[in-house]
Design a protein around this ligand. Structure first.
Ligand code: RP5
Length: 160
């Protein structure tokens, strides 16, 4: 298998059902990726070690999904110069609103691109990672264009 270009990290194994949305779309676009569970507060050393090694291993984009007081994406961005795409997860009693605000409200200086709460956000983060790679990768650009064409073709014109 080719070296991963996109890292999908999440705060808990319980986040996987949501974050697999990113993996599925990256696989559909034949973009190698890898998924890992790293918590900003439970396994901070493991997270840091992984992120520091990521660029040298060929990782170009990090997708980070977390719920609750979701600091994972911000902590990832603090530890890597790679673009970090944050996915708020609706795993808490506040149904992801807490994670959305935690992820989107990064103080000035360390940016995180924030996506929708839940599976739609994970899927769109995968597509956005593909769009970033597509800038300098013609085959990825072509596959992304075909994916969009197929999506458009699958939308019926009639509502009944
Ligand atoms: C966050 O806390 C994780 O991203 C997860 O969404 C949430 C709850 O984690 P678990 O208690 O289910 O492991 O760190």
């Amino acid at each position: 298998m080719a070296d991963p270009r996109v890292a999908i990290v999440m705060g808990s194994q319980n986040d996987w059902e949501t974050m697999r949305g990113a993996q599925e779309v990256l696989e559909a676009l034949a973009i190698p990726c890898e998924a890992r569970v790293f918590s900003a507060h439970r396994t901070p050393d493991r997270l840091r070690t992984y992120l520091e090694a990521a660029p040298g291993r060929g990782i170009e984009v990090v997708i980070a999904g977390a719920g609750g007081a979701a600091h994972l994406a911000g902590v990832c961005a603090a530890h890597t110069p790679l673009p970090v795409l944050g996915v708020p997860i609706d795993s808490s009693p506040l149904k992801g609103l807490d994670a959305l605000l935690s992820t989107v409200q990064m103080p000035s200086g360390i940016p995180v691109a924030t996506f929708a709460i839940g599976k739609a956000g994970a899927t769109n983060a995968g597509l956005f990672a593909a769009a970033i790679l597509a800038r300098a990768d013609l085959p990825v650009r072509e596959r992304l264009a075909k994916w969009r064409e197929a999506q458009a073709a699958a939308v019926p014109e009639l509502p009944y």
